[in-house]
Ligand binder design. Structure first.
Ligand code: F6P
Length: 298
């Protein structure tokens, strides 16, 4: 019987993580399950930063970016000794289920932890990158895309006024999903992503339109970041100069969109149900607008 669960956010934060914490806590408490919050991700389990999460702690958070549980990337959890300490802390509090919202590195952490801890573990895809196998969307992606599109709309105003050209760099680590969505939604003249071979001659051809131009580049593109692309294009075009705008961590912050809030809330509820069904080492995924459990692709 599931008596106590712990919630955790891990890796890079993603808008919607607070909605996950809120909905999951409320749902579990309503089911009579005790809920604990782990502060600062995997490092927090090792350092015993684990506290009861009463309903009063999760009010007024659905609209906030970041995560009230904080997050981190823990080197120590990658060691067996670190994971042993973590397991001892969870056992002392008699926690029998863990729900972790994070990216693929966080999923790998859960997979590794099964050797040290016998509790049930469920992963939730929380990353702006939308790069987790088996799910159509990850929590935070929609907000990050909207944030970048809004920024480009602003750049277009000033670009139009001055007939200026912009190279806009978006996040995504090794994945071009943010760049592709942002490029489509902002009407960019060209999008460079790591999944395809980028050809600077083609980019140069695409920006021959009059007025201002927007080129979106994913941070992981093999040609390099926005400064490198600007340099290559200036050399190619001869007469144009390019302004660089790196959106960086702005894409991780801010109010989550309604879509991310709903996704995070529904996935959190599905995770509690999965634990109640006796599942472990599974991830919640959204496929064709339905929720399902997949293997953890750690
Ligand atoms: O995985 C989320 C992400 O924001 C990536 O898009 C980016 O490459 C990375 O994290 C940045 O990590 P950090 O915040 O450690 O610089």
């Amino acid at each position: 019987m599931l008596k106590r669960i712990a919630l955790m956010t891990s890796g890079g934060d993603a808008p919607g993580m607070n909605a996950f914490i809120r909905a999951t806590t409320r749902y579990a408490l309503d089911k009579g399950i005790g809920v604990f919050g782990i502060y600062e991700g995997y490092q927090g389990i090792i350092d015993n930063q684990i506290q009861g999460l009463p309903r009063e702690d999760i009010v007024n958070i659905i609209q906030r970016g970041g995560t009230i549980l904080k997050t981190s990337r823990s080197e120590e959890f990658m060691t067996e000794a670190g994971r042993k300490k973590a397991a001892a802390n969870l056992e002392a509090l008699e926690i029998d289920g863990l729900i972790c919202c994070g990216g693929d590195g966080s999923y790998a952490g859960l997979v590794a932890f099964q050797k040290q801890w016998s509790g049930q573990m469920i992963g939730l895809p929380g990353t702006i990158d939308n790069d987790i196998k088996g799910t159509d969307f990850t929590i935070g992606f929609d907000t990050a895309v909207n944030t970048a599109v809004e920024a480009i709309d602003r750049l277009r105003d000033t670009g139009d006024a001055h007939s200026m050209h912009f190279i806009v760099e978006v996040m995504g680590r090794h994945c071009g999903n943010i760049a592709t969505a942002v490029g489509k939604a902002s009407g960019a003249e060209y999008v460079l992503i790591p999944e395809t071979v980028s050809d600077i001659d083609e980019v140069n051809q695409a920006i021959q339109v009059k007025g201002h131009n927007i080129v979106v580049v994913a941070e992981g593109d093999e040609l390099g970041g926005a400064y490198k692309i600007a340099q290559l294009l200036e050399k190619k075009s001869g007469d144009k100069s390019f302004r660089v705008c790196i959106l960086g961590h702005t894409q991780r912050g801010g109010r989550p969109t309604a879509r991310d809030r709903i996704l995070a809330s529904e996935m959190g509820i599905r995770a509690v149900d999965a634990l109640l069904e006796g599942e472990s080492l599974k991830a919640v995924a959204q496929v064709n607008q339905k929720y399902k459990l997949t293997e953890l692709n750690g």
